[in-house]
Design a protein around this ligand. Structure first.
Ligand code: NAX
Length: 326
């Protein structure tokens, strides 16, 4: 058996946390041969609820769960952290402007970035789930100057999985037949779910569905899936978000299959004309614990315009939190 690694989850008593922790502890994220220590961060008023979650984790008697450390102290939570899932965030409240939401979250992700900088493993993998995920990831990274920016990702995987599933359903295939779907840009309604490279059973997806369905039905369905779930369930997506976080981390840590692409929010590096300084959803492959942005995709004018719109939104978000970026 391997030595245990430390996984820190913030917002651990929330609804995504509840769907996430049991899967991490059962080995779905890092493999059935990888013991884990769970460092669980919550705000002080939620420590009681978190205690209940810890009781349930214990009651599962998971063979891979080495230790559980609940706390309301970010420095303790991130001490020795190998994998960080930053789920806890300030929800948008009635009448709150986007700028207020961004700076309220800055008050969470700035200090968490500093705590990661102080105590985490130097090749920690941090996935930001809490919204606005891309800009929260940027804030955390900017506050962790001693960690390489590539240690920080934002979650686009739920959008990616939603796109895969919509395409499989439309074409009467399984998600395992679908590949090279990309969700570019921001985890918001400006995201661009791209089917121009996508394949279904090895053939071009757009030879199997008509372009009108793609642009008028598929894209808005994927972009607005979160709102549709809230309407149907009366609560925001939690199990699917947790599952996407597991998928993202598993691929990042253990690799993607040969030829498989996954969408990851990563620091822009100039690829596809996106200037550095924002966290942008790109097609990626992973191996040896590192991600790489897929290069060489030809973007048509439609795709270029969509990328420009989501890039613009991310730059505006970044500018709105400029004072938090050091
Ligand atoms: P919940 O409100 O159920 O849980 C959030 C938890 O975070 C609460 O228990 C709260 O006490 C805790 N928290 C708040 N501030 C904290 C802090 N400073 N340190 C530690 N914990 C803190 O929300 P949930 O449904 O679990 O969603 C969590 C976040 O995920 C939200 O920001 C949500 O918008 C975001 N989502 C992101 C998705 C993505 O694809 N990137 C999709 C799903 C989800 O909407």
């Amino acid at each position: 058996m391997k030595a245990p690694v430390t996984v820190t989850v913030t917002g651990a008593a929330g609804q995504i946390g509840y769907a996430l922790l049991f899967r991490i502890a059962s080995g779905d994220m890092l493999g059935k041969d990888q013991p884990v220590n769970l460092n669980l961060l919550e705000i002080t008023p939620a420590l009681g609820a978190l205690e209940g979650v810890c009781m349930e984790l214990n009651d599962c008697a998971f063979p891979l769960l080495n230790a559980i450390n609940p706390t309301d102290d970010a420095n303790k939570a991130f001490d020795g952290c190998d994998y960080g899932l930053l789920v806890g965030a300030m929800p948008r409240k009635e009448g709150m402007e986007r700028k207020d939401l961004l700076s309220a979250n800055g008050g969470i992700f700035g200090p968490q970035g500093k705590a990661l900088n102080a105590g985490a493993s130097r090749d920690v993998k941090v996935l930001v789930v809490g919204n606005p995920a891309n800009t929260n990831a940027l804030i955390a990274s900017a506050n962790a100057p001693d960690l390489d920016p590539s240690c920080f990702n934002a979650m686009m995987r739920l959008d990616h999985n939603r796109a895969m599933s919509q395409l499989a359903e439309k074409t009467g295939t399984a998600t395992t037949d679908v590949n090279h779907v990309v969700v570019w840009g921001n985890h918001s309604s400006t995201q661009f779910p791209d089917l121009y490279q996508a394949t279904v059973g090895g053939s071009a997806a757009l030879s199997k569905v008509d372009e009108n369905w793609y642009k008028e039905d598929f894209i808005p369905t994927v972009q607005q899936r979160g709102a549709a779930i809230i309407k149907a369930r009366g609560a925001s997506s939690a199990a699917s978000a947790a599952s996407a976080a597991i998928d993202h981390m598993r691929n990042w840590a253990l690799g993607t299959a040969d030829g498989e692409w996954v969408s990851m929010g990563v620091p822009a590096d100039g690829s596809y004309g996106i200037e550095p300084g924002i966290m942008f959803g790109y097609p990626c492959t992973c191996s040896g614990g590192k991600y790489e942005i897929v290069q060489g995709i030809e973007l048509n004018d439609y795709a270029k315009a969509k990328l420009a719109a989501t890039e613009k939104e991310l730059r505006e978000e970044r500018d709105a939190v400029a004072e938090l970026l050091g």
